[in-house]
Design a protein around this ligand. Sequence first.
Ligand code: SF4
Ligand code: SF4
Length: 241
Amino acid sequence: MPWVNVELCNGCGTCVEECPVGAIELTADGFAEIDEAECIRCGRCHDACPQQAVRHDGERTPQDVAENLRWVRKLLGHFKRPEDQSAFMDRMVRFFNKQKKVSERTLAAIAGAAAGYESEPAHNLCRNELGIVSIFPTTHRGRPRLDGKPNTITGRYRREMLDQFPKKTYGQRWQVETAFSMLKRLLGSALRTRKPYAINREIILRVLTINLMIVLHLITCFQQSRTITYLVNTLISLRFK
Ligand code: SF4
Ligand code: SF4
């Protein structure tokens, strides 16, 4: 979630103009303010701000911790007896532990097929709780064995991935990433529209445009070269450049 450092913001309004969903407005004090509920985390305000006043979420960690501590202290003030205070603190520990668990599980779920997140708990969460068929390439991580052989793979799903890794299905991931990368490189990485229905239309238009660009490029190259080999090479260079 991006946030605005008001010490850097000069109220120029560029981010307000750039936000595709109208999630930013200028306050009466003349600073930009982001509506957390409306923000779709596209990052355009961050890229557009001439003052670098829109900051990444991670940079706010110390402030978030301080805010949590202020909140806990405020609630603690309602309890006078030491045993009540102690019981309250136990409850807060349980609360923050639960928040941590929710974050970890969410991260595991959205990590998808990235090999860096490969683990048995991630498989379990996807398959047994979320109904997602997880496909992670199994990695032999950890300290190597003294005899030089690969580490033993533990866990039902990790072993399954080792024995029956669906290379063809996993390969589709690279195709999708290549298509996204080509689209972003040729047509830019940000959408210009703001309203949800317009965003959908712009995405469809971009997909049609990129396909038209490919076809036109092929026709031009074919007219110039008139050889199939050149045509194929051009297509490959357009996709993987
Ligand atoms: S673009 Fe930057 S400086 Fe301008 S209003 Fe937005 S946050 Fe403030
Ligand atoms: S520009 Fe994107 S990241 Fe910034 S507030 Fe708007 S929706 Fe959120």
